[in-house]
Design a protein around this ligand. Structure first.
Ligand SMILES: NC(=O)c1ccc[n+]([C@@H]2O[C@H](COP(=O)([O-])OP(=O)(O)OC[C@H]3O[C@@H](n4cnc5c(N)ncnc54)[C@H](OP(=O)(O)O)[C@@H]3O)[C@@H](O)[C@H]2O)c1
Length: 238
């Protein structure tokens, strides 16, 4: 028996590097997992990576979170198909390889990162929290990075949206108190070992599959007492 048997879930950004580990863990625990990406080729690539786990409980959905209408379309597609939604994990955003001081950041990069790393979280939360609030035992989990809390030089376009995301989580927790949906943010203070870092992984890095196992537990009824929490995962020596 899986921890998530019978649960209908959405992993937003599930075709991303961390998302892959989350989708794998949710499928292993028995959930039906809708996975959104902006184009179907990434979803097909993910299907290949999942192998036999990509059963009929793996439900690829093309959609995006920069516009409210697009996210609502995605929400309606899931609700029309399954009639309910029990858990959402938002693994949205993107890495920054600019290595530039704040004073050199272009307007275009600023707007792009606010869009991909903060607006997406606003749109996803705005769209799915009201649905989850109607569902007993539901949960909404945001993935975040340590740059939300630690100022690192030349990393502004990751840090500033991440800090905004953390405040979005805190506001949503306060506003949704008593609604029944458990909202938590998992802040990963570590580089994550993913398929993109193969060959460079360090033993102390948290892996995408470990984040998946943790977030699967967080979405399960076993974690019913974890609500309104900012949870920090740090590098570990092993
Ligand atoms: N990788 C790390 O080392 C690390 C470390 C600490 C924390 N994290 C956290 O983990 C989370 C995911 O990071 P990642 O490394 O997996 O990044 P990633 O591979 O770039 O995945 C991020 C996902 O965000 C989605 N996305 C971006 N803009 C979107 C939009 N407008 N509409 C819909 N989807 C959009 C992308 O969807 P598409 O599939 O459509 O492109 C992508 O799959 C982030 O919150 C990050 O802070 C990562």
């Amino acid at each position: 028996m899986g921890k998530l048997d019978g649960k209908i879930t959405l992993v937003a950004g599930g075709a991303g590097y961390v998302g892959e580990g989350i989708v794998r863990a949710f499928l292993k625990e028995g959930a039906t997992v809708a996975v959104s990406a902006r184009n179907s080729s990434k979803l097909e690539e993910l299907r290949g990576l999942l192998g036999e786990l990509a059963s009929d409980r793996f439900v690829p959905v093309v959609g995006e979170f920069s516009q409210i209408e697009a996210a609502e379309h995605l929400r309606d597609e899931i609700l029309n198909k399954f009639g309910q939604l029990d858990a959402v994990v938002a693994s949205l955003g993107g890495g920054w390889k600019g290595n530039q001081p704040l004073t050199k950041v272009s307007m275009e990069d600023w707007q792009n990162y606010l869009q991909s790393n903060l607006t997406t979280h606003f749109v996803a939360a705005r769209t799915f929290l009201p649905v989850l609030a109607q569902q007993k035992g539901s949960s909404y989990t945001l993935l975040g990075g340590g740059a939300a809390e630690t100022a690192i030089p030349n990393y502004s376009l990751i840090a500033i949206p991440a800090a905004g995301q953390l405040m979005l989580t805190k506001v949503a927790i306060e506003e949704m108190k008593g609604s029944g949906v458990r909202i938590n943010e998992v802040i990963v203070h570590s580089l994550v070992a993913t398929r993109s870092t193969a060959g460079q992984n360090q033993p102390e890095w948290i892996t995408a599959d470990e984040i998946g196992e943790y977030t699967a537990w967080l979405a399960s009824d076993e974690a019913h007492m974890v609500s309104g929490s900012i949870i920090r995962l740090y590098e570990q020596s092993r």
